[in-house]
Design a protein around this ligand. Structure first.
Ligand code: DAT
Ligand code: MG
Length: 152
């Protein structure tokens, strides 16, 4: 198992509007994952078309793009053991109504068209999505041991 696996997580516009960004970051920090990139961005249709390229033939694709481009999103990269699969478990199911309480969608959503958050579904997707949303220099490699304690 790769301790430095990375996943792309994005709080969608409904999650931002509902002030859920902090709570979602808290869940990933509490679980033990390490934040390596974070930015607030208003994604355009071009970026979202690439991001959701595998869904472009689906009937809900136009409404999906309209929803995810309707406001700013919080894009982030989290790193740690089994980050992709564990991130998906923390999100819950695509349809919030099928998501268990305790998951992000199971706690904060009821509508598949407003399901609050995106998370990569495989290591390959994660790598593709991370390089789509972030420049290499925006990914920060840091280690607590490199810095010591801030008050000493
Ligand atoms: P996930 O976001 O869980 O990875 P996905 O990649 O299959 O799910 O689809 C991307 C988004 O598209 C999903 O978060 C919400 C929307 N979506 C998926 N299936 C849908 C459906 N049957 N009706 C409406 N929107 C749907
Ligand atoms: Mg997906």
């Amino acid at each position: 198992m790769n301790n430095q696996e990375r996943t792309f997580i994005m709080v969608k516009p409904d999650g931002v509007q509902r002030r859920l960004v902090g709570k979602i970051i808290q869940r990933f920090e509490d679980r033990g994952f390490k934040l390596v990139a974070l930015k607030f961005v208003a994604p355009d249709q071009g970026l979202l078309t690439q991001h959701y390229a595998d869904l472009k033939e689906r009937p809900f694709f136009p409404s999906l793009l309209k929803y995810v481009s309707s406001g700013p999103v919080a894009a982030m990269v989290w790193e740690g053991k089994d980050a992709v699969k564990t991130g998906r478990v923390m999100l819950g199911e695509t349809n919030p109504l099928a998501s268990k309480p305790g998951t992000i969608r199971g706690d904060f959503a009821i509508d598949v068209g407003r399901n609050v958050i995106h998370g990569s579904d495989s290591v390959d997707s994660a790598n593709r999505e991370i390089s789509l949303w972030f420049q290499p220099q925006e990914l920060v490699n840091w280690n607590t041991n490199d810095h010591g304690w801030v008050y000493e």
